[in-house]
Design a protein around this ligand. Sequence first.
Ligand SMILES: Cc1ncc(COP(=O)(O)O)c(C=O)c1O
Length: 453
Amino acid sequence: MLNYEISEDRHRLYERYVNPQWVRLLNVLQMNVEYVRASGAELHTADGRQLLDILSGYCVHNVGHNHPSIIAAIKDELDRQGPAMLQSHVSELAGELAARLCASAGGRLSRAFFASSGSEGIEAVIKFARAHTGRSGMLYAEGGFHGLTCGALSLMSNPFWTEGFGALLPDTAAVPFGHLAELERQLSTQRFAAFVVEPVQGESGIRVAPREYLRRAEALCRRYETLFVLDEVQTGLYRTGPFLAAHHFGVEPDMVVLAKALSGGLVPSAAVLMTDTVSDSVYDSLKRAFVHTSTYSENSLAMRAGLATLDVLEHEQLGRRAAAIGERLRSRLVERLRGYEMFAEVRGLGLLCGIEFRAPRRFRLRLPFEAFARIHPAMFGQVVVMRLFRDHGILSQICGNDFMVLKVAPPLVITEEQIERCVTAVHALFELIHTSASFWTEALGLARRVMNV
Ligand SMILES: Cc1ncc(COP(=O)(O)O)c(C=O)c1O
């Protein structure tokens, strides 16, 4: 048995046997700290720091880190020593979780397929949509993020994610997010099985779909017999207020993908909700009863964690909380940041918010900013993340497809005091960026080091 006494050894093992570049990047950004405990919206490090998490593992920790009820449910499930992974029984827990998810989602969604990640959920969407329509094409919105498996990657327009991985699925096309005429032009070719879109594009800079866009997109999909699919991997499970972001827009998708927060951040899990008819077009005979499955999809730990997560979200009314605190957070940020040259706007729904920076016009700021951008377009945003972490003890990230937007998506259990801590820190950082030459000189030094790594 391996016995490593200090975690530094484990860091070295990770560097050696998993991904050395990831460790090097965290080191350069001074974010490679040893975490010992996480609870609610707080993270505790081995050297005694207490950090505030406003990233939530990209919307995984809606109920907060290590919620005691979910831990208790998982322990109970292990102690029960019930049937698990038999692959030849009916998973009662999956039935119960599916029924509850469909009841909360409403509309046409009346069946679930379980998976273990958002990407795997998107893969299922592709197969179910193709089986249902007999068409192979997939349409998606530019700038979206749907996962990094080959099928999901085929629905992503940013070459950063796709380059170097060879040919992806044929017969896919992108339409600009929010552009109905182009959507109709593509749909009218009647070669697309589904149109896949996020109601709020998360990685693309927290871009909330324009009010009427999703409703009219849904109507167009119906007209051209294309399935209307919402990727709610980040927006689902009360992140934006209601159970689904779809509920803000009054749309009834044919399929919805949920993942991330579904199992309280403790067990991998995902669910694709769909109509009976879409499901029946895959499972259409005894012969095809298991034609699309996945070994761990209905595993009892994920299902128990999912049920416990729904209980917590409902009992603690975290959707209502997300809506109220999100509003307050956005207005407090605007109050404190308006007037700064590099502040563009704050946007979002519920507790999925983005703070957009803009390129400065004044020469004194423009010069270093442009030097940065020449080194790497993500560099400015990464330095913002680093400074929030180092100077203010706040764990955040910029959006994967828009490096000028800082994501603020804390656990839905974040307190008013923690929100104030976040606003104060972001304000202090804006002040520093606009007044301190050392912010830029230090940052440029770091940027050069990163490029030499
Ligand atoms: C909107 C969206 N869809 C799909 C995915 C893929 O999920 P996973 O990383 O669980 O495969 C992500 C991941 O960040 C996402 O943000």
